[in-house]
Design a binder for this molecule. Structure first.
Ligand code: PMP
Length: 403
């Protein structure tokens, strides 16, 4: 893989910060955008901007065709069976809120149980908590081991006749752990329980096929997969989506409206109230095509290679503590340096031009599990290099010596 050529596709990476070359290692928060994605946004506004789905005129039809072609690109990228099962949302957070709200209305009642895990991002905890209060179901967390793995034995023992849904991350945004989602789905299905997978940190890094996983719902964000902000995806199995009520009301999601009663549009439009982000959808498809041209197997291989390079190099720094020790991991290395506060490490690395994230990474329960206030997190993307890891390691070593 020619990383130098790939880097040329990302204009922002050529920047200097504080006179030093930018080393961007905050990819789990958001990835940078290749020129083709930036151009797709600009071209769509220049040439084919009109509201979709309602217009008889030329531009509206063109815009609609492009948006629906983008849906087909997403379908292919994640291996869904039909575009009716691909819903455009604002991102992972909205996708999970959609399922939480609509699934709860259709299927959950007081006394039921929903399983998440201790390593979830807040956006796979709080939507459930908000509803749990209202509906009266219980939210239970699968424990995480000291190595940063899901405790699968505990998971298998959590099922009761009240368990109605499992919702877990495919890849942890703090630990980089790749969870055994195929096994999780099989176990849950053995109890007749559907599974939502939070794919925010997996779709950018691994080949994902929702049908091979047999996932019932799968959520991801455009901006973490080299696409624009404000667009994301929820995949859902048709038989479940058909039984679920609309999430929001408005235009696009209706068939007919009257004060006597309103009927709803078919899938996927039933879940897409209001003017959708049709420009974002087109640009997201461009990002997915960009990745497909490289090949997700190749992306996965390359990033795992870079991640083990980072783990080896960082692991050799005295006083470093790497949080999470999964053998199947990707994209993320979280660490603490002696007793230096993570935000001090982040601020000092920034002065060297190195962008990392510090804090609890929207995973406070996981921080509590490890008894730490937060971590420093370096997260990788396809354009990162060994030289950038070397710069990070040199930076950390310098900070260590300063303290
Ligand atoms: N889940 C995980 C695992 C994440 O890493 C993130 C983003 N950090 C989210 C959900 C939320 O994604 P978004 O903010 O794009 O909705």
């Amino acid at each position: 893989m020619d990383i130098t050529r790939i880097r040329e596709d990302f204009p922002i990476l050529g920047q200097k910060v504080y006179g030093k070359p930018l080393v961007y290692l905050d990819n789990a928060a958001t990835t940078q955008k290749p020129l083709c994605v930036i151009d797709a946004v600009s071209n769509a506004y220049r040439n084919v901007n009109a509201n979709v789905h309602r217009g008889v005129h030329f531009l509206s039809q063109q815009a609609t065709e492009r948006m629906e072609a983008a849906r087909e690109t997403v379908r292919r990228f994640i291996g869904a069976g039909s575009t009716e099962e691909v819903i455009f949302t604002r991102g992972t957070t909205e996708s999970i809120n959609l399922v939480a709200s609509s699934f709860a209305k259709a299927f959950l009642k007081s006394g039921d149980e929903v399983l998440v895990s201790e390593m979830e991002h807040h956006s796979n905890i709080v939507p459930w908590q908000l509803l749990a209060e209202r509906v009266g179901f219980k939210l239970l967390a699968i424990p995480v081991t000291a190595d940063g793995l899901l405790d699968m034995e505990a998971f298998r023992n959590m099922f009761t006749e009240r368990t109605k849904l499992v919702s877990v991350a495919h890849v942890s945004n703090v630990l980089g752990t790749v969870n055994p989602v195929r096994e999780i789905v099989q176990t849950a299905h053995g109890h007749g329980v559907p599974v939502l997978i939070d794919g925010a940190q997996s779709v950018p890094h691994l080949p994902v096929n929702v049908r091979e996983l047999d996932a019932d719902f799968y959520a991801f964000s455009g901006h973490k997969v080299y696409g624009p902000t404000g667009i994301g995806v929820l995949y859902g199995k048709r038989e479940l989506l058909e039984k679920m009520p609309p999430y929001q009301g408005g235009g696009e999601m209706i068939a007919h409206v009257s004060f006597e009663g309103t009927t709803f549009n078919e899938l996927p439009f039933k879940f897409e109230a209001g003017t959708p982000d049709y420009i974002g959808a087109v640009a997201l498809a461009e990002a997915l095509d960009y990745l497909s041209a490289i090949g997700m197997e190749a992306v996965d291989r390359r990033e795992r290679q870079l991640c083990s390079y980072a783990l080896d190099a960082m692991g050799a720094i005295p006083d470093i503590r790497i949080i999470g020790n999964a053998s199947d991991r990707c994209g993320v290395v979280s660490f603490l340096l002696g007793d230096i506060h993570p935000s001090d490490v982040g601020i000092l690395l920034d002065k060297l031009g190195i962008a990392v994230r510090t804090g609890h990474h929207c995973a406070e329960p996981l921080m509590r599990r490890f008894g730490i206030p937060g971590t420093v997190r370096a997260s990788l993307a396809i354009y990162n290099t060994e030289a950038e890891i070397d710069a990070l390691v040199a930076g950390i070593d310098r900070i260590r010596k300063m303290f």
